[in-house]
Design a protein around this ligand. Structure first.
Ligand SMILES: C[S@@+](CC[C@H](N)C(=O)[O-])C[C@H]1O[C@@H](n2cnc3c(N)ncnc32)[C@H](O)[C@@H]1O
Length: 278
């Protein structure tokens, strides 16, 4: 069942246009209407990391010289950071990005307090590092803070971030995803909320599978006025399915799962190395 988003919608309505991100920060500072925050990772992510390993690849791989390295995973708008902790337990060097300073503090507290809740998932990979960073998804300052450049992440996980942004930002959201992935990287989108009435104010803004498809195949474009055909920059959707498990708010009132999971990769390398299904 969808949560009661009334308080979040009413609060964020005061922050229009580019101010919206300050609204998120104020919301975290206030700390009393964080209804989307379930306190644990979405089981659909856990299942994806196990069941779709042949598509996503291993968290430790070899470079062209045969040297092993740990791959990097990013969760933009990571909230409390639980998905970041899960990704590290699967062996990724995991990064959580949050605009809100309070959220970053919450992430760090979560990491120090939840110790045993994220056991190592595969002894051959061990645990990756965990880094939380404050910054705006749309600019590069946080990459500088991390000592990284664009095209640095092998895996990006987007859950409740696409729907948290004003829909006018969706073209920039899609373009930015293409600037963060390494050439053979993958973007995993947990599509939510597909079953919210599109006439309702967000966030969360309704996010249909078609919305993700339109934007990610034509990053940066005004998809409503374009020809609607994928552009050269566009990502390729290599898998799309209904997960067996998800958070309760991803189900309709009859208990049917409405969420979907999609895996995307870059067109230029869609047929290479890790992505056997591309
Ligand atoms: C709906 S919450 C989802 C949090 C988390 N992904 C989850 O599933 O619990 C969206 C988060 O995105 C963060 N956020 C919004 N705009 C952002 C931006 N431009 N850069 C970084 N974080 C942002 C907000 O502070 C908020 O914590």
């Amino acid at each position: 069942m969808l949560d009661n988003f009334e308080p979040v919608v009413r609060f964020l309505a005061h922050y229009q246009g580019d101010e919206y991100v300050k609204g998120w920060a104020e919301l975290w500072d206030k700390g009393d209407c964080l209804d989307w925050d379930k306190g644990f990772p979405n089981p659909a992510l856990e299942d994806t990391l196990i069941q779709r390993r042949s598509t996503i690849g291993d968290p430790i791989v070899e470079d062209a010289e045969g040297n092993q390295y740990r791959r990097k995973a990013l969760v933009p708008g990571c909230g409390r950071g639980v998905d970041v902790l899960l990704l590290a337990s699967f062996g990724y060097d995991a990064y959580g990005l949050e605009y809100s300073h309070s959220a970053v503090e919450t992430c760090k507290k979560e990491e120090s307090e939840t110790g045993g809740r994220y056991p190592i998932r595969n002894p051959s990979f061990g645990r990756g590092s965990v880094t939380f960073v404050q910054g705006d998804f749309f600019d590069d300052a946080w990459l500088d803070t991390l000592g990284l450049q664009r095209y640095a992440f092998d895996l990006v996980y987007d859950h409740s971030f696409f729907c948290a942004l004003d829909p006018s930002l969706r073209p920039r959201w899609a373009l930015r995803q293409t600037q963060l992935l390494v050439s053979n990287g993958h973007l995993v989108c947990l599509e939510y909320p597909r079953h919210r009435d599109p006439s309702e104010m967000g966030p969360p803004w309704t996010a249909s599978s078609e919305d993700y498809w339109k934007h990610l195949t034509q990053p940066g474009e005004d998809v409503f006025n374009s020809k609607g055909s994928p552009n050269g920059n566009g990502l390729v959707r290599v898998a799309h399915w209904q997960p067996d498990r998800t958070h309760e708010n991803g189900k309709d009132p009859n208990g049917n799962i409405q969420d979907r999971v999609a895996i995307w990769c870059r067109r230029d390398t869609a047929r290479k190395t890790f992505c056997k299904d591309c």
